[in-house]
Design a protein around this ligand. Structure first.
Ligand code: HEM
Length: 405
């Protein structure tokens, strides 16, 4: 299910924010995330959770990634964040992007894109997010008090999410992120000390058994910890939610019907989840230089993957070679060929206009459908370029593709 949302102009963010300054950003993020999750699918949960913990504290500004210093204990070292994982994936993405377009892409955007790609990798909905978040400078342990506690009841959750502008329905949909991943015993053992009428007796035994392994023992939220599906809600209906804050969603009359609805209708959950995720990804974004850091767009080095000098391999590796995508790529290349023809016929003005508009359309298409081989990316150089050079790249690519297909 693809959701197209237009956010041009919202908080200075836009879908094509990096189109010129870092045209392959989406492909690079997707590629690194996919590679990491192929090795360890449990990290999809980690990326999704990290984005949530970033956004709920001081907005989506990458502050969760900042390390503590001797004068400041950062968010990262709060007990609520100690079990966050997946930092190395964000580091790898950042490293790759710094090679291609230094100082351009914010960590906050990387987190948002990585979480989105993780959801899709795990079988969840695909959605687009606007980019252009800036990274914050503040990261303080005391701010993490604003993360929801696993012992919260529905009213407390509704209130806390409400403070961020979310409805009860959106809060329940976002909680569906617990379709991925695990909780450690320390997060749910409060439920085991006395009989809990909201907890299924058999499931209570499972939780107790898990806790037999100690505070760090892990309990999956549902039967399919690496698959994004609606089994989490079905577990709640069976009184088999792991955290108090999970099970309360079925216990409260304000949220019970929403849980029932998502348990019965996965498509409805996917739709509401992707909308709520886009909204969460826009929480208190910093979009001007006084608030956050991002390099002046006019000064950044534009990047481009050039064909390696001697190579028999294609410049791009496409992840999904479906007929439909190939057809679209061909159409884009056809337009490039038209530009070349116009130039030959010396209709330069018209050629320039077409060239520019098609550069954008092509890049959009590319970002949606393609993935880059990082091995190849590393042999490409990143010079300062202009649109004409982008077109040179397209032409080279088109020659390769047209020969092959
Ligand atoms: C509704 C309030 C929420 C509470 C109280 C809550 C609390 C928790 C807790 C306690 C854990 C387990 C941590 C541990 O034991 O190590 C956890 C895991 C997780 N949370 Fe939440 N969470 C909430 C909402 C969300 C939201 C909105 C998202 C994302 C959109 C999210 C994504 C995740 C994921 C994916 C995991 C599994 C992480 C892993 O396996 O590494 N949570 N959450």
């Amino acid at each position: 299910m693809v959701m197209m949302m237009r956010f041009r102009g919202t908080n200075g963010l836009s879908m094509n924010y990096y189109l010129v300054s870092c045209p392959f950003v989406e492909a690079v993020v997707k590629n690194v995330v996919n590679r990491a999750l192929e090795d360890d699918p449990t990290l999809a949960a980690a990326l999704l959770r990290m984005h949530f913990h970033d956004c709920f504290i001081q907005g989506c500004d990458g502050s969760v990634l900042i390390d503590s210093t001797k004068d400041n204990t950062a968010e990262k070292d709060s007990p609520a964040n100690l079990s966050l994982r997946g930092y190395e994936i964000i580091d790898d993405i950042k490293e790759e992007l710094e090679r291609q377009c230094p100082g351009v892409v914010s960590c906050a955007d990387i987190l948002a894109m990585a979480a989105r790609d993780a959801v899709f990798f795990a079988g969840g909905p695909v959605y687009e997010i606007p980019k252009g978040r800036k990274d914050g400078r503040r990261s303080k342990i005391e701010d993490t008090i604003n993360l929801p506690s696993p012992t919260f009841n529905a009213s407390e959750l509704i209130r806390m999410f409400g403070q961020h502008g979310f409805s009860a329905q959106e809060m329940v949909a976002l909680s569906g992120a617990h379709t991925l991943g695990v909780a450690r015993c320390s997060s749910f053992k409060n439920r085991l000390s006395q009989a809990d009428p909201t907890l299924d007796a058999e499931f209570a035994k499972t939780l107790s058994k898990t806790c037999g392994g100690g505070d760090s023992s892990e309990q999956p939220f549902d039967a399919t910890r690496n698959d994004f599906d609606n089994l989490y809600y079905n577990a709640l209906v069976r009184k088999s939610g792991v955290l108090t804050s999970d099970q309360t969603l079925y216990g409260s009359p304000r949220t019970k019907n929403i849980v029932n609805g998502y348990a019965l209708n996965q498509a409805m959950f996917f739709f509401d989840f992707q909308q709520a995720m886009v909204k969460m990804s826009l929480l208190d974004v910093k979009d001007d230089d006084s608030e956050g850091e991002i390099k002046d767009m006019a000064k950044v080095t534009l990047s481009l993957f050039l064909m390696p000098k001697s190579s028999t391999v294609p410049p791009l590796i496409f992840s999904r070679k479906s007929e439909k995508i190939m057809e679209k790529m061909h159409r884009a290349f056809e337009k490039v060929k038209l530009v070349v023809r116009m130039e030959r016929e010396e209709d330069e003005q018209q050629a320039a206009a077409l060239e520019e508009s098609n550069s954008f359309a092509f890049m959009d298409e590319f970002n949606r459908n393609c993935t880059l081989s990082t091995k190849q990316v590393s042999v490409f150089s990143s010079p300062t370029i202009d649109f004409r050079q982008i077109m040179v790249f397209f032409r080279l690519s088109s020659v390769w593709w047209l020969r092959k297909y």
